[in-house]
Design a protein around this ligand. Structure first.
Ligand SMILES: Nc1ncnc2c1ncn2[C@@H]1O[C@H](COP(=O)(O)OP(=O)(O)OP(=O)(O)O)[C@@H](O)[C@H]1O
Ligand SMILES: [Mg+2]
Length: 398
């Protein structure tokens, strides 16, 4: 008699990890210009000079993190072959969901000698953490490149980006050389930086532009070679995933997601090869996943506002003015046992943020002298999806 797993054999994936987010590609394709710009920006390290500060920007999924990792690896290999280069130390901090203090403390802890006790979580401030960081840089010596990925998420980016690049000029470090690499997918982030910070960090800017369908296809073809059992994926399915992602934002992560999810669908249904139709179906799933994540990233009250508009939309009461939205929002907050934000202004600020982030569509109403001018809002996505996601989140938090 057979067991429940007897029928399961690997029919689609030869190595599925190749299609997942955590996989770091050995070769970077279609980014020659960016790699060249990056090489120039990093060349000072090879000649024992203080590194330039670099700002890398471009929309989501364009290879900023992958190319940066690749460049640092290549640089670490190159440095020992160069006589004039100092020892190189590279550090990467992801700023998403962290405070400046956490980011700096984390760096310090990675630099401290093995036997030292970690930098305390409480009792000392960010200034103390910076002091310790400088001490560690000098103790270790050499050149330090520090990458701050997703730096737009950091509330106090100005302080960080003001402090670090000037540490040597200001006499905080004497032996070590430090270069900062900031990565952001939010170009408006630049506008939030002080002019002084812009001057230093923007020494070298490297911008990543969206991939076109042919470029995405090259990237996918290469991965598919390693990911799939031979002949199990139609070349037209790969072309389809590339074309869909190119039409959207030219995002390589999305293209890879489409291919992986499409292949999963084929596997689940016992249908090989993977075809265009699987990719089409995957598209909806991937899109849903993305919207859900985006909603999850919003603050509690922004989510209540989305939930309120979804309710209004379901009962056909959109587009709605901020006052009406506020009324429904108060009921929603109430139902989650939260005290609602009290001013109309705070609701309007949230509405304008949510509009900017692409959640809402906004209509300007101009009623002349009598009625004045105001905005009306509705969701720019499926209200059912918002409500489902909210139910899901509430289940886990309340
Ligand atoms: N040129 C490329 N060659 C091979 N793989 C790539 C390339 N560009 C992107 N990828 C892959 O696409 C996915 C997304 O890339 P990456 O994480 O570097 O994007 P990002 O620009 O850092 O996006 P975000 O702003 O969202 O952090 C990763 O799995 C990465 O390995
Ligand atoms: Mg990234």
């Amino acid at each position: 008699m057979g067991g429940p797993f007897d029928d399961l054999t690997e029919t689609v994936f030869a190595d599925k990890t190749v299609l997942t987010e955590s996989y770091q590609p050995e070769t970077i394709l279609e980014r020659d210009e960016e790699i060249e710009a990056y090489s120039h920006a990093l060349q000072d390290v090879l000649f024992g000079r203080t590194p330039e500060n670099i700002f890398v920007y471009g929309k989501a999924g364009l290879g900023k993190t992958a190319v940066t990792k690749y460049m640092l690896e290549e640089l670490r290999e190159e440095v020992p072959t160069r006589e004039s280069a100092d020892n190189l130390h590279t550090h990467t901090a992801n700023c998403n969901g962290r405070t400046l203090f956490m980011v700096v403390r984390n760096l310090v802890n990675r630099l401290l000698p093995d036997h030292a006790s970690p930098f305390p979580e409480r009792g000392l401030g960010t200034g103390d953490a910076f002091d310790e960081l400088y001490r560690q840089f000098d103790r270790i010596g050499g050149t330090h490149l520090v990458v701050f990925d997703e730096i737009d998420h950091l509330e106090d980016a100005n302080t960080l980006l003001y402090e670090l690049p000037r540490a040597r000029a200001n006499g905080h470090i004497t032996d070590a050389k430090v270069g900062v690499i900031g990565i952001s997918n939010d170009y408006t982030f630049r506008q939030t930086l002080s002019p002084k910070v812009k001057d230093t960090l923007m020494e070298t800017e490297i911008s990543f532009s969206p991939y076109d369908a042919a470029e995405l296809r090259t990237i996918l073809d290469h991965r598919a070679d390693h990911a799939f059992v031979d002949g199990v994926c139609d070349t037209s399915a790969i072309a389809k995933a590339a074309a869909l992602a190119a039409q959207d934002m030219g995002n390589a992560r999305q293209a890879l997601d489409l291919l992986r999810v499409g292949a999963e669908l084929a596997e689940q249904n016992g249908e090989t090869p993977v075809t265009d139709a699987h990719i089409e179906t995957a598209r909806e799933r991937v899109q849903r996943g993305r919207v859900t994540n985006k909603i999850r990233d919003q603050t509690e009250h922004a989510q209540y506002i989305l939930e309120a508009i979804a309710n209004l939309q379901t009962s056909g009461e959109v587009p709605a003015r901020s006052k009406e939205i506020q009324r429904t929002y108060e009921q929603v907050a109430d139902s989650h046992a939260a005290s609602p934000l009290s001013t109309l202004k705070s609701i309007q600020d949230h509405l304008s943020d949510l509009h900017m982030l692409g959640f809402l569509r906004r209509h300007e109403q101009n009623k002349g002298l009598s009625g004045g001018q105001y905005y009306e809002y509705e969701l720019d996505l499926d209200p059912a999806l918002v409500l489902e996601t909210r139910t899901e989140i509430a289940k886990h938090t309340e």
